[in-house]
Design a protein around this ligand. Structure first.
Ligand code: DX5
Length: 235
C-alpha cells in the first residue's frame, strides 16, 4: 500500500524521568500520534532504560497508544511483559532473534501489532520472508543506544527499498524511521518512503514547544510525501 498520512511519534528517551507521567500527558496535549518507549538492556546496546513497570505506570497518563522498541537480546523472554504493560505495538530488532518469523507471530498472538527494526548496516532483504507477519518496519537512521545522534542519510536507500517491497506486497505495513529526525532531516526520510517519524531530542528541545514542533514535523513530512501518496493513492 502507498504511504499513510505522516504519523509523528516522540521517543520519551529525553524526558525527565522524575516526571514521566506529566511528560507523557504533555506529549498527548501536543498532538502526537503514539508514544515510543526505547527499551534498552545494556547488552544489545550500551545503555539501560525502561522496564515494563515504568511504562505501565505512565499508561494512565496517556490518551494515545504506546509502542515498545525492544533494543534487547533474546526479546522473546520479554514480549508478554511489555504487552501487559500497555504497549499495543512491540518492535524487535532482526539482529536479536534467530527465529524472527516465530517472534513476530508471538507478538500478534499476545494481541499486539508487531514490528521489525533494522540497524543501519542490516539490509532490507532480511525482512523479505516476514512481511506477512509484521505491521511495521523500522530502518534505524542512527546506531541504536542513545538519543541526540546525527541522522545517517545513507539509510534512505534502505527506506526506498523497503517502500518498494511493501508497495509490491499490497500489505498494510508502516515504515518508521528513528534517530536524528528533525525539521531538516524528515523530508529526506519521507520522500524516500517513510510514513512514521520518531523524534526525541529535537522535539523535546524545540524552542516554540512540543505542539509547534509536532506541527512543523507533520507539515514537512506531508509536503515531502505528497508525490508518493499521489502516485499510490491516499491511505
Ligand atoms: C536510539 C533511540 C533514539 C531515539 C530518538 O536507540 O531509538 O533514536 O529514539 O532519538 P533522537 O530523536 O534524539 O535522535
Amino acid at each position: 500500500m502507498a504511504p499513510h498520512a505522516p504519523l509523528i511519534v516522540p521517543s520519551v528517551l529525553p524526558a525527565d524521568a522524575a516526571r514521566l507521567g506529566d511528560e507523557v500527558a504533555e506529549l498527548c496535549e501536543a498532538g502526537v500520534d503514539r508514544i515510543q518507549w526505547d527499551v534498552m538492556d545494556g547488552v544489545f546496546v550500551p545503555n539501560l532504560t525502561f522496564g515494563p513497570d515504568v511504562i505501565a505506570a505512565a499508561r494512565a497518563h496517556s490518551t494515545v497508544g504506546f509502542e515498545a522498541h525492544l533494543m534487547v537480546v533474546e526479546p522473546d523472554r520479554l514480549l508478554d511483559r511489555y504487552v501487559d504493560a500497555g504497549c499495543e505495538l512491540v518492535i524487535v530488532h532482526a539482529e536479536t532473534t534467530p527465529h524472527l518469523h516465530r517472534t513476530l507471530r508471538r507478538i500478534r498472538e499476545l494481541g499486539a501489532r508487531s514490528g521489525v527494526a533494522l540497524n543501519p548496516h542490516t539490509p532490507a532483504e532480511v525482512v523479505e520472508g516476514v512481511l506477512e507477519e509484521t505491521d511495521l518496519l523500522l530502518p534505524m537512521t542512527v546506531n541504536p543506544g542513545f538519543g541526540g545522534q546525527s541522522y545517517i542519510p545513507a539509510v534512505e536507500r534502505k527506506v526506498a527499498r523497503l517502500r518498494a517491497m511493501v508497495d509490491a506486497s499490497g500489505l498494510d505495513i508502516e515504515i518508521e524511521v528513528d534517530g536524528g529526525i528533525s525539521d531538516t532531516t524528515i523530508a529526506g526520510a519521507a520522500s524516500s518512503g517513510a510514513d512514521v517519524f520518531i523524534s526525541g531530542s529535537w522535539l523535546f528541545k524545540h524552542p516554540e514547544g512540543k505542539a509547534a514542533g509536532v506541527r512543523l514535523l507533520r507539515e514537512r513530512a506531508a509536503a515531502a510525501m505528497r508525490p508518493l501518496v499521489h502516485a499510490g493513492g491516499v491511505t
